[in-house]
Design a protein around this ligand. Structure first.
Ligand code: ATP
Ligand code: MG
Length: 288
């Protein structure tokens, strides 16, 4: 029997690839519901680089919000591990914008945005100064004193996002941030986010039901199966930034959208011939 020769490990000879900002490693999660086990996530793995933006799509109830709650550190996964910046101790180090905006109706917009900073002990005037700078960037100038019911839906979401960004470390989790908005406002918010996000210097993980939104905003899109959620497809999104909205009518966009819809069971998988025609239309090599 021959034994393969392995050179001894040399420190510094072959640098390790940099650790991702977020590592979700074989995470499964089971809730207990009135004494019964409810498996919600099944061996979910994903990673996100420091400047990355990924999206998760999946049917209702597939565990998307559960996954974000686990990443934020609100709960611990039943099995598997989640590391942020290499550490499992992530509570308070991740910004989390939950599915509903949860603005406090009695506080004005600026005071809503500063909640998390004040909880961290930042002095109120310093917190308000930080929020004020972000309000400029978020198109909320002049509405600092407005209460949530005096704002439009899109503005409320931007206040909630400002609060999340102010509270966050390097990673922001967005749970269907535009889900409750009408189609036109949602498109405007997506364009605004495309423009604003690079200036924030954060990594983002977006949950959405909207396949177009996922492809427009993210570098990678993960598709979850019905509960218990498993990752059934990962699509790398190749479009350079800045991304104009008319990307949504590009042939490559259509091909990727068809792949995602097929994974969600909402379309037939493209035949090899159809995929090739789409690729040729997009000037791509077949099978790329
Ligand atoms: N705290 C909890 N205790 C028990 N079961 C829960 C809890 N939170 C969620 N679940 C269950 O876990 C499953 C996944 O819920 P989750 O909210 O993660 O789904 P989702 O993919 O975000 O759905 P949607 O797209 O509708 O927001 C559901 O069946 C839900 O009933
Ligand atoms: Mg949800």
């Amino acid at each position: 029997m021959s034994v393969a020769f392995r050179p001894p490990l040399q420190v510094g000879a072959d640098p390790e690839p940099p650790l991702p900002l977020l590592l979700v490693d074989a995470v499964s999660h089971t809730y207990r519901l009135r004494g019964r086990a409810l498996p919600v996530l099944d061996h979910v793995s994903l990673s996100l680089a420091r400047d990355g933006f990924a999206a998760i799509v999946g049917p209702s109830g597939s565990g998307k919000s559960t996954l974000l709650g686990l990443i934020a550190g609100l709960e611990q996964p039943t099995t598997g591990r989640i590391l942020v910046g290499g550490s499992a101790d992530r509570l308070g180090r991740v910004g989390y914008m939950p599915q509903r905006d949860l603005l406090q109706p009695w506080r004005d917009a600026l005071a809503n945005a500063t909640v998390a900073l004040e909880l961290r002990g930042v002095r109120r005037d310093a917190a308000r100064r930080q929020a004020q700078a972000l309000f400029e960037q978020f198109g909320l100038r002049g509405f600092e004193r407005a209460r949530p019911d005096e704002l439009s839906g899109g503005m409320r979401q931007r206040v909630a996002l400002a609060r999340t960004v102010l509270a966050a470390g390097d990673l922001v989790l967005l749970d269907e941030p535009f889900g409750a908005l009408d189609a036109l406002t949602r498109a405007q918010m997506q364009d605004w986010l495309l423009h604003t996000w690079p200036q924030l210097g954060k990594a983002g993980l977006l949950v959405t039901h909207d396949v177009d939104e996922a492809l427009l905003l993210a570098d990678a899109v993960y598709v979850l199966s019905p509960r218990p959620g498993r990752i059934i497809t990962r699509v790398r999104v190749p479009f350079a930034r800045p991304r104009p909205r008319d990307l949504v009518i590009a042939p490559t966009f259509a091909e990727l959208k068809l792949r995602l819809l097929a994974a969600l069971g909402l379309a037939h998988a493209p035949s090899a011939a159809a995929a090739q025609a789409l690729n040729e239309g997009a000037g791509m090599e077949p099978g790329r």
